[in-house]
Design a protein around this ligand. Structure first.
Ligand SMILES: [Zn+2]
Length: 228
C-alpha cells in the first residue's frame, strides 16, 4: 500500500512539474505587470479573467461568467479553464475615436495583452461601449469582439446585444473570441451550428451552439502556443 501511495505521489509530482513547464513562466518571478491593479492575476492554473468597464451591468457579467464556464467545461475535459471576474478596466478618453464616438479596440487590446505573459491566463475586457477598428481600409468600423489570435487578450462589447433576444447569445461572442486566442480562426468546414462559423451575411449567432468536430480537432492538438 505504501509503495502504491508513493507511485501516486510521483505521478502527481510529474504532472505538476509538467504543468509548470507548460505554463511558460515558472512562478512568474520575472513578471512585470504594467499596473498594480492587475498584479496577482498570474496564478498557476488556466484562467480567464473578465474585466468589466465601469457601469457594466453586474447581472450581465455574472451570467456571462456562468455561461462561459459551462461551455468551456464542455470543450475542455482536462486542462480546464476557470472563469473569474477581474478588476474593473478603466476606459480613458485618449482611446476614443472621435469620428465614431467609439473606443479603439486595438488600443484596449494592447493594454489587456500586457496583463499576462502566460499563454494560459487570458484577460477579457467586457464592455457595453462601442468598440471599433480599421476593417478593410474603413476607419471606425464597429465590431463586437476583438482578440489576439493566438494570444491572451480579448475584448467583447455588448453594445449591439441590447435587445433581450440577442443578449442570450452574448456568451457565443465570448466563446468565439476565447477560441481565437487559442489559435482557432473561422470554421473551415462551414458547419452552421459551429461557434466558429461565419455566415456570408456576417456575424449571426442563432443556431450556433458548439464546436464542430473539425474545429474541436484543431483545439485538441497541442494548444500550448508560444506568446511573444
Ligand atoms: Zn467548425
Amino acid at each position: 500500500m505504501k509503495s502504491l501511495c508513493s507511485l501516486f505521489l510521483c505521478i502527481f509530482l510529474l504532472l505538476a512539474a509538467g504543468c509548470s513547464l507548460n505554463g511558460g513562466t515558472p512562478q512568474d518571478s520575472t513578471l512585470k505587470a504594467p499596473d498594480d491593479d492587475f498584479q496577482g492575476y498570474n496564478t498557476p492554473r488556466n484562467e480567464v479573467f473578465l474585466h468589466p468597464t465601469p457601469n457594466f451591468p453586474a447581472a450581465c457579467l455574472a451570467a456571462l461568467k456562468e455561461e462561459l464556464q459551462h461551455h468551456l467545461d464542455e470543450i475542455y475535459i482536462v486542462d480546464r479553464y476557470i472563469v473569474a471576474i477581474g478588476k474593473e478596466f478603466q476606459l480613458v478618453e485618449s482611446d476614443i475615436d472621435s469620428s465614431t464616438h467609439s473606443f479603439r479596440a486595438e488600443n484596449l487590446l494592447l493594454k489587456a495583452d500586457q496583463y499576462s505573459n502566460r499563454n494560459d491566463v487570458i484577460h477579457f475586457i467586457v464592455t457595453d461601449r462601442k468598440i471599433s477598428t480599421t476593417l478593410y481600409g474603413h476607419n471606425g468600423a464597429i465590431v463586437e469582439g476583438f482578440s489576439t489570435c493566438p494570444g491572451n487578450a480579448a475584448i467583447i462589447s455588448s453594445h449591439t446585444f441590447q435587445n433581450g433576444k440577442k443578449q442570450a447569445h452574448f456568451w457565443k461572442l465570448a466563446m468565439r473570441e476565447f477560441l481565437h486566442t487559442r489559435g482557432l480562426t473561422r470554421c473551415a468546414k462551414n458547419v452552421p451550428t459551429c461557434l466558429m462559423y461565419r455566415s456570408p451575411e456576417g456575424a449571426s449567432y442563432a443556431g450556433k451552439k458548439e464546436l464542430c468536430p473539425s474545429c474541436l480537432s484543431i483545439l485538441a492538438a497541442p494548444t500550448k502556443i508560444a506568446h511573444d
